[in-house]
Design a protein around this ligand. Structure first.
Ligand SMILES: *Cc1c(COP(=O)(O)O)cnc(C)c1O
Length: 386
């Protein structure tokens, strides 16, 4: 189906942050499949682990014990401080699990019509419930009736959430991204996150962090909420978790743990041995190669490099980000930069109409950073002066 406005390029293979198309032209990949290829392309450790796992066993049902899944759950819980994991295959599925969990939790508290607070400009996925939670009217248009049970508030506005709580007794949870990706690289302040944690404790709500894009070491900590020193009740992961092999996860702790019993939720493919091996290898490689620290250093180098190269250009509204989640906001719609960059051998993305978004692999080298800064700043300068 015609669900994507595809760019006129088809790739045949990749290496690190480089992709080569079927005509032999190479590109610097600053998007990583939208924050998916955590370890870049063709990472030897990942290729080896996947090949070996494929030679042992690809899939068995969740009706049986799955050792790779148990190991991955243990690792994710140890790294996050969460206590349970449900595995699925994508971000929207991880959020669907979170939404079902919040409703289930509400019903157990005697709330028959549970409501989840969500943010303006949020992106949580394209299934009906996650689309309803998403704060983008364009994406929702034509798919009404949307799923009920969501109220929307401005991002980073604790007072707005308190105000909603005043007149709505059915609230059971707050769901948000710690850094909004599709919404334009908007960062939840540590004060907001801390205040939310406190408010959720006060009210008995679940704090649900959608870490599908900002998780997996991309912002310089394993998960985005760790910058604020808080622990959510629910966390969703996907995108970078398997470095390109599809896998999602919904983790719980505290009052959200222990809610689901056999029969309440499930997934045929979720957490199969191949996907879990890819995720275990991704985690191990991030750790072995100190890629969290690398995300901090590389992200700062890119932001500072762009700021220096673009200084004095009036069309630049803001250059912001956390680690390797970077947004360059312009004063005008700049979608056409994507095709211009492609021509110049650079893969970038534009989101929220005016924000150039960079999500390079955590293995990006210093030379690639230099090249990215030079090429992108030239493209932006030319675009702004045209
Ligand atoms: C991409 C994304 C999703 C949806 O993930 P899919 O795997 O495409 O379903 C959900 N939440 C956030 C924050 C995302 O960036």
């Amino acid at each position: 189906m015609n669900t994507y406005a595809r760019l006129p390029v088809t790739f045949s293979h990749g290496e690190g942050c480089r992709l080569t198309d079927i005509n032999g032209k190479t590109y610097l990949d600053a998007l990583s499949g939208i924050a998916v290829n955590t370890l870049g392309h063709n990472h030897p450790a990942l290729v080896k682990a996947i090949a070996e796992q494929a030679g042992r066993m690809l899939h068995v049902s969740n009706l049986y014990g799955i050792r790779e899944q148990e190991q991955l759950a243990d690792r994710l819980c140890a790294l996050s401080g969460m206590s349970e994991v449900f595995f699925c295959n994508s971000g929207c599925e991880a959020n669907e699990a979170a939404i079902k969990l919040a409703r289930f939790y509400g019903h157990q508290q005697g709330i028959d019509s549970p409501v989840i607070i969500v943010m303006e400009k949020a992106f949580h996925g394209r299934t009906l419930a996650t689309l309803s939670a998403t704060g983008n009217r364009k994406a929702q248009a034509g798919f009404e009736p949307l799923v009920s049970g969501f109220v929307r508030v401005p991002y980073n506005d604790l007072a707005a959430i308190r105000a909603v709580a005043e007149h709505n007794k059915n609230i059971v949870a707050v769901m948000l991204e710690m850094v909004q990706g599709e919404g334009g690289i908007n960062i939840a302040t540590n004060e907001f996150q801390g205040g939310l944690r406190q408010l959720c404790d006060e009210k008995g709500w679940l704090l649900m962090c959608d870490e599908v894009q900002c998780g997996m070491a991309r912002t310089g900590t394993w998960f985005g909420f760790q910058h604020a020193g808080i622990l959510p009740d629910v966390m969703s992961l996907a995108k970078g978790l398997g470095s390109g092999v599809p896998i999602g996860a919904c983790l719980t702790s505290g009052r959200a743990a222990g809610l689901f019993k056999p029969g309440n939720h499930g997934s045929t493919f979720g957490g199969n041995p191949l996907a879990c091996t890819a995720a275990l290898t991704t985690l191990a490689t991030i750790e072995a190669d100190a890629l969290m620290a690398r995300a901090v250093v590389a992200g700062a180098a890119i932001r500072e490099g762009l700021a220096a190269a673009l200084v004095g250009n009036k069309g630049i509204v803001d250059i912001r980000g956390k680690g390797l989640m970077i947004g360059i906001e312009l004063d005008r719609p700049c979608g056409e930069l994507v095709a211009r960059a492609l021509d110049a051998g650079l893969l970038i993305n534009v989101t929220a109409e005016k924000v150039v978004r960079l999500l390079p692999a955590l293995v990006i080298t210093d030379a690639e950073i230099k090249e990215l800064v030079e090429r992108l700043s030239t493209l932006i300068r030319d675009f702004l002066s045209a």
